[in-house]
Design a protein around this ligand. Structure first.
Ligand SMILES: [Fe+2]
Length: 255
């Protein structure tokens, strides 16, 4: 193989509960995640690693994170995680401590570096990158200048023409854009939170969001509405030469 790509399964907004039979907006989130993982692990391409971009729990319980751990561990691949607004970041980090899980920080694989950010603001559904996170990011981008870089965070950075959601995006997106505009090696910024797929090219960088593994929000509406689309996920193929190939997949909703 001339160019063995790193094939990453991107899952997001799993909204798990401590109780296995709990539902959110009519969806059993545990069953739904299990169905997504089954679909992805029986697909034609390999799962070399999993990227999970927050709202892993709905009830912020250690039990929800233990459930996440139990569902993901059998894949026997690295699982790179970060928290969302429905998470308890410290509980998440404590429950998912140690391999195959990594919460936050930098991941180096082949010619790529993935930088996992925490955009959670306590008591707020919108997000903000702290000065410490922005400083860490700037230093990491400097250190990994010779590599291809993907940034992951929970909150979406660019508006998606959905007023209610855009009001709950990354409040200091302008500060993030200022930092990343100085990083020509940055290839993509990947987020969750919006329960819908989007793909926007800005200054040569792909800004991607991914459907939730449970239920979706209706795109491009002024106020909150649930979409009838099924659970979904995204493939990210990172090539050694810096190319990024990506595709969204949808599954049959489990009964
Ligand atoms: Fe969220």
């Amino acid at each position: 193989m001339a160019d063995p790509a790193l094939s990453i399964l991107h899952i997001t907004d799993t909204h798990l509960f401590a109780a296995a039979d709990e539902r959110l907006r009519g969806v059993n989130t545990c069953r739904s995640l299990r169905a997504v993982l089954k679909s992805a692990s029986t697909a034609a391409r390999p799962v070399d690693a999993v990227l999970a971009t927050g709202d892993l729990s709905q009830d912020e319980s250690a039990g929800a994170y233990r459930r996440f751990r139990e569902l993901l561990a059998p894949l026997a691949v690295p699982v790179w995680c970060l928290p969302g607004n429905h998470d308890a970041p410290e509980r998440l980090a404590a429950t998912l401590a140690g391999p195959p899980f990594q919460v936050g920080g930098a991941v180096v694989r082949g010619g790529w570096t993935l930088l996992l950010l925490d955009s959670v603001m306590a008591g707020d559904h919108g997000g903000r990158l702290s000065a410490a996170q922005l400083d860490w990011l700037a230093a990491a981008l400097e250190e990994h200048r010779q590599r291809h870089v993907l940034i992951a965070l929970h909150h979406h950075v660019l508006p998606l023409q959905s007023r209610w959601l855009d009001e709950l995006g990354l409040y200091n997106a302008a500060e993030l854009l200022q930092v990343i505009d100085r990083a020509p090696q940055l290839r993509a910024v990947v987020a969750g939170h919006v329960h819908q797929a989007s793909d926007i090219l800005r200054n040569g960088v792909r800004f991607l969001t991914t459907p939730s593994t449970c239920f979706q929000f209706l795109p491009q509406v002024a106020s909150f509405a649930v979409d009838r689309r099924p659970p979904g996920y995204r493939w990210l193929e990172l090539h050694a030469d810096g190319r990024l190939e990506t595709e969204v997949a949808w599954i049959e909703p489990p009964q």
